[in-house]
Design a protein around this ligand. Structure first.
Ligand code: BES
Ligand code: ZN
Length: 854
């Protein structure tokens, strides 16, 4: 059986229809008899009707379950199986519901509910997966304590909370903290643990474990340290302590997402926890540290305080992303983290917010909630919290958070509850600010300036283009951090936060000796598109002199975009002044290497396409690619004489340490190597490849060689060396497609789908290939349409295996309206082909129809 819905009229759920569940769930006891194809789940659940329970009938969610028996207070009852669950007549007083169901974990390739991965049992219940385990009110506002008994012959059998007993063939667990079903977890298999411990600030000893398959023990130490740092940081910064005696993390190879915050038993995609210098890059290490922190931080922002319904998802995800970003900024470099996040926001959230899939951070309707774990809910959700913090100030922010934890601990909350806490803690009226949660679309903020008699005026006009279902937008509260620089470089006014609230608004600054150079939207103080007419020389000035590191980078980034846009539109040569500015910065050893690496990383080709589109041009992916190539080649030539020295100066010697300093240097070194490889025929890269003792340098060398079409030998060697390491092989698959020229990208990807190690069942591997295809801008959008076709074919094939991952990857088509009519017609045909597939999942159906209808 699969959960494919008929292609017509899937059900839509609305925020406005929220109704509380009519029963309290006093306790849940589950017994699992594990068997790959026929696991039996017995549930014993005590329900008490609430005073206002409507009638004596209740509905429990359930999908893909074979009901064996149902009883109420020990007496067999007949339940009516209905769409999505069952209905049953029940007493008007407290009663014990018991059900036995059978499920088939081995056949569960959707990886939602109870499934098997490499012989190990594993669960994923968020958002609505628990209903594939047993009949239950599977909604986040129903919270209860869980007792779990696992029967089976697996050496390790884990669930949430604390172990309460174990013997030959069984283990029992009890979680004392009431939780919604989406936080339930069970893991059973042949696992080994990497142990650790943490003492909380109130003196409680917590046992920590990272559980992995035998052979992976050596890749746990970094994750364990990250966990301890996270626990300490949450105590120090938010005053939040861990609340159980045990915290388990499990690594699993087949997982739809990155990781999951199940109470006391976090489950991780192995790519997001396993790390070693030989197999993981600096970027991997940073991501692992961040995601371990993220899932740990959910213990308070998500688990102790959860969401009333899934429309409130950003209540936990936006806040937890914001918290993990604060953590990474504290552990590493604050400006570098901010720049990285803004790059991601622009690459992932802006296209969403400005295309057919646009939705507010708190959506008001959905068909499939899994489709709303989006960049908007996560990244824009986090930006909204950053704005709130900026508006109320740090002290008020932490005061409000303290009130949030005091007032709402143990509850399932809404965005209204969240904002009320801020209103009560600060006395501020947040009704206009709330528009950030309900309005989709990225505001455009147009700035003009005026200077006369020592007074400088900045005028801001805000507007937000229409988005699907939201034609008109009201002005929002936008915090704009501004500083003023003197024309010879010093700061004449430090950063202050201007609060835009109207469609058009001016701010004046008096007592100035000369016309200042403004530095606007410092730290990227709001997720908006800033429009300001300015010159490249002013941008170059800010790149050299801005006292706000984010805006220094931003000036360089804007300059890079202008130069590239001019190259694409007018066939202009790369701007000489810009090349000079870059050269100066790269050669300046006083500057932070990580910052130099960022400035040396050109804006993505997709970013240039988006910029052209915003300015009313139709982007030509091939021209954008050619401009990028010309630019990089010219830059390499300009730097020719300094590259060997720079390469030597930025090479990190000694044992590999995955810290921010080393990572910054290696990032710069990698950029230099890629430039050098364009000139030296790959000699230096080949030497680096041969001598590298860590993946960051090995991978950087391989990437540089492959990009220059000089990496055939090394690619083969890489395969030979790493063919038994799944995570490294994902890199090998992705890199070949990422480095392919536009006309060969689709063919390269297609060939890799025929490789014996390619698999539809492993989301990491599928994403490595299809994600790299979609990420190679000029290759994916090649005029032949081969890229579109290949992705569509593979999405169609994946849909019956794994709807959730299919639906997420459909978003690769979301920018389709940017391009010319031929490409639009090709994409439209592919989308229609997907939509016409018989038995298409609800997940994919919703995504594709939204993209087609806008
Ligand atoms: N709760 C989510 C995981 C999740 C998402 C489960 C969607 C089911 C459906 C988890 O906390 C999360 O947000 N994970 C992110 C990584 C994080 C660092 C933003 C992920 O998995 O990508
Ligand atoms: Zn999360």
């Amino acid at each position: 059986m699969n959960d494919a819905a008929p292609n017509a009229a899937p059900q839509t759920f609305y925020l406005k229809d929220y109704k509380p569940f009519g029963y309290e769930v006093e306790s849940v006891k589950l017994t699992f008899q594990l068997s790959p194809n026929a696991t039996k789940v017995h549930s014993a659940i005590r329900f008490t009707p609430k005073a206002d329970a409507e009638d004596n009938r209740f509905f429990l969610h359930g999908e893909q379950l074979s009901l064996i028996s149902a009883k109420i207070d020990g007496t067999p009852v007949t339940a009516r199986l209905v769409d999505g669950g069952l209905e049953c007549d029940v007493p008007r007083t407290s009663f014990l519901w018991e059900a036995e169901v059978e499920i088939d974990p081995a056949a569960n390739t959707a990886l939602e509910g109870l499934y098997m991965s490499n012989g190990m049992y594993c669960t994923q219940c968020e958002a609505e997966g628990f209903r594939k385990i047993t009949y239950y009110p599977d909604r986040p506002d129903v919270m209860s304590t869980f007792t779990v008994r696992i029967e089976g012959d697996e050496p390790v059998m884990l669930s949430n909370g604390n172990p309460t007993g174990a013997g030959e063939g069984w283990a029992e667990w009890h979680d004392p903290w009431p939780k919604p079903a989406y936080l339930f977890a069970l893991v059973a298999g042949d696992l080994v643990n990497h142990p650790g411990s943490f003492t909380t600030k109130s003196g409680k000893d917590v046992e920590l474990n990272i559980w992995v398959r035998p052979g992976d023990e050596g890749k746990c130490a970094f994750g364990m340290e990250a966990l301890k740092k996270s626990m300490k940081w949450d105590e120090d910064v938010y005053g939040l302590e861990y609340d159980l005696d045990l915290f388990n993390i499990v690594a699993v190879d087949d997982f739809n997402m990155g990781a999951m915050e199940n109470k006391g038993l976090n489950i991780f995609n192995s790519s997001c926890v396993l790390a070693s210098p030989e197999t993981s890059t600096d970027a991997n290490f940073e991501r692992i540290e961040a995601i371990i922190a993220h899932e740990y931080f959910h213990n308070w922002t998500g688990n102790r305080i959860t969401c009333r319904d899934w429309f409130q998802l950003c209540l936990k995800e936006g806040l937890t992303v914001f918290r993990d970003a604060q953590f990474t900024a504290d552990m590493r470099s604050e400006p570098v983290k901010r720049i990285d996040d803004v790059i991601t926001l622009r690459a992932r959230q802006f296209p969403e917010d400005n295309g057919p899939l646009a939705h507010p951070p708190r959506p008001e309707e959905f068909q499939e909630i899994n489709n709303f774990y989006t960049a908007t809910v996560y990244e824009k959700g986090a930006e909204v919290i950053g704005m709130l913090k900026r508006l109320v100030g740090d002290d008020n922010y932490y005061k409000a958070l303290k009130l949030y934890f005091e007032r709402h601990d143990g509850q399932a909350c809404t965005i209204e509850d969240w904002l009320k806490v801020f209103e009560d803690a600060t006395g501020r009226d947040l009704s206009q600010f709330k528009l950030w949660y309900s309005q989709a679309g990225t505001p455009r903020v147009k700035v003009t300036e005026d200077y006369a008699d020592g007074t400088y005026t900045l005028t801001f006009e805000q507007s937000t283009p229409p988005t699907p279902g939201q034609p008109d937008k009201a002005p929002r509260v936008i915090p704009v951090a501004v500083g003023l620089l003197s024309p010879n470089g010093g700061e004449v006014r430090g950063t202050e936060v201007l609060e835009l609230t109207e469609a058009k608004q001016s701010f004046t600054f008096g007592g100035l000796a000369s016309k200042p150079v403004p530095s606007i939207l410092r730290e990227f103080s709001a997720p908006v598109i800033l429009e300001r007419e300015t010159t490249n020389s002013e941008r170059a000035f800010l790149l050299a002199h801005d006292t706000d590191p984010f805006n220094r980078w931003e000036a360089g980034n804007a300059l890079a975009k202008e130069v590239r846009v001019a190259m694409v539109l007018d066939g202009a040569a790369p701007d000489a002044a810009y090349l000079d500015a870059l050269e100066k910065l790269v050669r300046d050893d006083e500057q932070d290497p990580a910052f130099r690496a960022l400035v040396l990383s050109p804006p993505s080709q997709s970013d240039i396409a988006q910029t052209l589109h915003e300015r009313g041009h139709t982007p030509d992916p091939q021209k954008i690619y050619d401009a990028a190539e010309t630019f990089t080649q010219t830059l390499a030539q300009q730097l020719e004489t300094s590259l060997p020295r720079l390469y030597a100066a930025t090479t990190v010697e000694g044992p590999y340490v995955p810290d921010a300093d080393g990572a910054g240097k290696r990032a710069l070194n990698g950029r230099i190597l890629s430039l050098l490889t364009r000139l030296d025929g790959g000699e230096q890269a080949a030497r680096q490849y041969a001598s590298a003792d860590n993946m960051t340098q090995q991978y950087a060398a391989l990437a540089a060689l492959m990009k220059a079409e000089k990496g055939e030998t090394q690619s083969k060697a890489f395969f030979e060396q790493w063919q038994d390491d799944r995570l490294v092989m994902d890199k090998w698959f992705a890199l070949q497609i990422a480095c392919a020229a536009p006309e060969t990208t689709a063919a390269t990807a297609k060939e890799l789908t025929q490789h014996p190690l390619f698999s539809m069942k492993n989301p990491n591997r599928f994403r490595a290939v299809m994600g790299a295809l979609a990420g190679n801008h000029a290759g994916f959008h090649h005029a032949s349409g081969a890229g579109y076709q290949l992705l569509a074919e593979n999405l169609i094939a994946l849909d019956s295996v794994n709807p959730q991952t299919t639906a997420r990857m459909c978003a690769a088509f979301q920018t389709w309206k940017r391009y010319d009519s031929e490409r639009q017609a090709q994409i439209q045909a592919e989308l229609e082909r997907i939509l016409a597939t018989s038995g298409l999942s609800r997940d994919t159906h919703e995504m594709v129809s939204r993209m087609l209808s806008a």
